[in-house]
Ligand binder design. Structure first.
Ligand code: CR1
Length: 795
């Protein structure tokens, strides 16, 4: 009997007093989670031993978000236990699939940025690189979305209830983080000392999530900090019967790790957000420095052994925190501390959307973090002086870290890091030529590109076992180990039998999705129709509205003009930030169109609209393998990269997109004939913007646009009308949906015509799969390793 099976039985006996045949699914789930975690802990011990011996350089990846996705399947898959356990459980009447479904998605992220961090942890571990992730143990991750009467409702996501079994609590490594209070400068014969007084201390408790690798001995750790009051509750007050007061300070302390901010575009709850950021960066930095010092008894070689990666600006307080620790706790001079700091940090920028480039007002920031503020101010003073010296004072409006009493965190990151990277070729060019052009001038070579990548083991290997098995057999290469070998598929691009097989597999996945759609929306979709998919956060720049507008156009043409298009199912899934009114209105619009079409016996024969609620990693895993068309239609210049585009391509969907983000590189990879590109380029968008874009002109001069928007005003299912959105489109339309409409509409027609030529479509789909190798996170992380981190595999 295999050990794992024995362990399951033992666990059930010990914890629940049950035999396996008496156990519930819930009990089996818990047993699997705990045993898997403990197996990983054992493996971790071995790989960590090697790491300690080799004393090699390590990377610490700081991110406010890790969108982990379900862990059990991923771990069993990576450990190679999946088939065995499936078999064993089946013998006792259990389905492993159903057990997997019990696990909640750890939704510790909003969207692309958080999912990218998790893809990178997976890829680096599979390739045996030493990396440790740091973030917050949010008690509530991204909200659960329920659509009620077409409107998004948010419900708390209590993921720890069942998710906690994967975590290991390390109470031996607790750390204190300090807020508020005053700092005093004291001079003595030994120099300047900073005394920090009257602060409020909060405890950071570490919880470790083990990250497994595919076919690898390495196990890495994602450390999640939970906030706790240092003193516990006030017993005196409690004894007096003042229960709620006695818990007050505890509640305040613990609010820090309570909730992931569900905004991917702006910083609401600013003070709490500042506290979250400092809480996890300070705890992590203290931990890293302590480990280093315990190993080497010096910090002089810190930058030789440590790289700290800052994922967007959210963890940027790492920078002044390292300066603080070096100076205030280890007595380094400013210059020495600065020299270490500026060799330690690397920063990735993930967006040029102004509202997401973090800025804190000094008045808010300084009282919460007085010492950190003085350090940032000093970094800025010295930077400004240096700019003066090199003749760049004229550009300080753009570059200074503190400007008009506001701290610009991106500027802090650029000044203090040795490397800054964008996430696609186009995005990096925009950073260099536009967003940070003066910085690029004074720091030549600091800005580089690393195009994003995805964990193909999850997004193909696990999400689409049917396609994986087929390709394995056909190609005879281990493309799960090395995705670049998948290009062998190109040899079959004119092989009719292979093309048909691929189509059949796609149909199996469409059937599975159709069943899910039916169970969750009651809509019956035709699997012969084109599955046209737009799944991502709901944001105006991503232009779900352009898609919706085109659907309204089709609706009108079918209903009143006798248009008979090839059947199509438009599938949407997206969460909107809870305070983002326009985004919520767009969800409502899409849901209303869906309803109106369902009620129309003529139109519904041709087009259907499905909005799947609660978009999350595990839902993406269901939708992506079933997609024919991948909608990547952001306004050019606005989507930094996109990663869903890569996942869809890998599963054989053909991209319909603008020349934006990584679409540009997908276009390069597959060639003009295997992608549908439309719309303005990023330069044209800029040009039009400078010349005062007037949406109303497009409305007045384009009959289709005019009729579609006028018709939209008449759509009214009961109590909602969409004048609000129509007005917005003709008056402002900041993301130029109207300017791109004609081109989008025409390209959609080409998509429809091409799809009907099955041979041609299947070949396009094949080429997309075959060319997806470069979008593996293995390739992306290798670039980080070689160009930025300069680390080696664990020996
Ligand atoms: C970008 O919008 C990119 C991911 C990962 C997002 C998306 O285009 O693929 O990052 N940025 O790099 C983001 O979430 C807060 O910024």
């Amino acid at each position: 009997m295999d050990n794992f099976a024995t362990d399951i039985k033992k666990y059930l006996e010990k914890i629940f007093g049950n035999t396996i045949d008496e156990a519930s699914e819930r009990q089996i789930y818990q047993a699997l989670m705990v045993i898997t975690r403990d197996r990983l802990a054992e493996k971790r011990f071995e790989s960590n031993k090697k790491l300690k011996e080799s004393q090699q350089k390590r990377v610490y990846y700081m991110s406010m978000e890790f969108l982990v996705g379900k862990t059990l399947r991923n771990n069993l898959y990576n450990l190679g236990y999946e088939d065995e356990i499936k078999h064993f459980l089946a013998k006792h009447g259990f389905s492993l699939e159903r057990i997997y479904n019990i696990e909640p998605d750890p939704g510790l992220g909003n969207g692309g940025l958080g999912r990218l961090a998790s893809c990178y942890m997976d890829a680096l571990t599979s390739n045996d690189y030493p990396i440790m992730g740091f973030s917050i143990l949010y008690e509530f991750g991204i909200f659960k979305q329920v659509i009620s009467d077409g409107w998004q409702q948010e419900y708390p996501d209590n993921w720890l209830d069942l998710g906690r079994y994967g975590l290991l609590y390390r109470n031996d490594e607790e750390i204190e983080v300090k807020f508020y209070g005053n700092t005093k400068e004291e001079w003595s014969s030994e120099g300047l000392h900073i005394r920090y007084e009257d602060y409020t201390a909060i405890k950071a408790e570490p919880y470790d999530l083990f990250i497994s690798g595919y076919d690898s001995d390495t196990v890495n750790v994602l450390r999640l900090w939970k906030s706790k009051a240092t003193g516990g509750f006030n017993m005196k007050l409690f004894e007096k019967g003042e229960y709620s007061k006695s818990l007050e300070s505890e509640a305040i302390a613990e609010s820090i790790s309570k909730l992931l901010y569900p905004a991917d575009d702006n910083d609401n709850g600013k003070a709490l957000r500042i506290k979250q950021q400092y809480f996890f960066t300070s705890a992590s930095l203290q931990q890293i420095v302590k480990n280093h010092y315990d190993t080497y008894m010096t910090l002089d070689n810190f930058a030789e052994k440590v790289v700290i990666h800052i994922n967007d600006t959210h963890p940027s307080m790492c920078i002044p925190e390292l300066m603080r620790i070096l100076m205030d706790e280890y007595e380094y001079s400013w210059d020495k501390a600065w020299s270490i700091t500026t060799k330690t940090f690397a920063y990735t920028n993930h967006t040029i959307m102004a509202e997401a480039l973090e800025k804190w007002s000094v008045d808010l920031f300084q009282p919460i973090l007085p010492r950190i503020y003085t350090i940032i101010r000093e970094i800025n003073n010295r930077f400004c002086k240096w700019c003066n010296d090199i003749g760049a004072a004229g550009e300080l409006d753009e570059m200074s870290i503190i400007h008009n009493n506001v701290i610009r965190m991106a500027n802090l990151c650029i000044v203090s890091s040795y490397s800054v990277n964008g996430v696609s070729m186009l995005h990096t060019e925009i950073l260099k030529k536009d967003t940070f052009k003066s910085f690029n001038r004074i720091y030549p070579g600091k800005f580089i590109n690393v195009t994003n990548g995805i964990a193909h083991r999850r997004w193909l290997g696990q999400a689409n076992p049917e396609l994986t098995r087929y390709l394995n057999k056909l190609l005879g290469v281990d493309f799960i180990k090395d995705l670049s070998s998948i290009d062998k598929l190109l040899e079959y691009q004119d092989d009719k039998a292979v093309l048909e097989d691929l189509e059949n597999i796609k149909n199996i996945k469409k059937l599975q999705l159709a069943e899910y759609i039916k169970s969750s929306t009651a809509i019956k979709v035709d699997t012969n129709s084109i599955f046209d998919v737009q799944i991502k956060r709901l944001h105006e720049y991503k232009r779900q509205l352009l898609n919706a507008l085109h659907i309204i156009y089709l609706y009108r043409m079918i209903k009143f003009n006798g248009l008979k298009p090839y059947p199509r199912t438009f599938i949407f899934s997206a969460k909107a930030s809870s305070g983002y009114v326009m985004a919520k209105n767009i969800i409502k619009l899409i849901c209303s169109i869906s309803e109106i079409i369902e009620a129309d016996p003529i139109v519904r024969e041709y087009i259907k609209v499905v909005f799947l609620e609660d978009y999350r990693v595990s839902l993406a895993e269901k939708i992506i393998p079933a997609a024919n068309v991948s909608e990547q239609i952001s306004q050019a210049g606005k989507e930094a990269s996109g990663t869903g585009n890569m996942k869809l391509m890998l599963n054989g969907a053909v991209t319909l997109g603008t020349m934006d983000g990584a679409n540009v590189e997908i276009h390069n990879a597959v060639g003009q004939d295997n992608i549908f590109i439309f719309g303005l380029s990023s330069e044209e968008v800029e040009e039009l913007f400078k010349n005062d874009y007037r949406a109303i002109d497009y409305y007045n001069n384009n009959q289709d646009i005019k009729e579609t928007i006028d018709f939209m005003r008449t759509l009214d299912n009961g109590h909602t009308n969409f004048n609000y959105i129509a007005d917005y489109l003709v008056s402002t339309d900041p993301y130029m949906c109207l300017a791109d409409f004609e081109s989008y509409k025409n390209t959609q027609k080409i998509v429809e015509d091409t799809y009907q030529d099955k041979g041609k479509w299947n070949k396009m789909s094949l080429v997309n799969i075959a060319k997806s190798g470069i979008f593996s996170a293995d390739r992306a992380t290798k670039e980080y390793v070689e160009k930025i981190w300069k680390i080696e595999k664990i020996k």
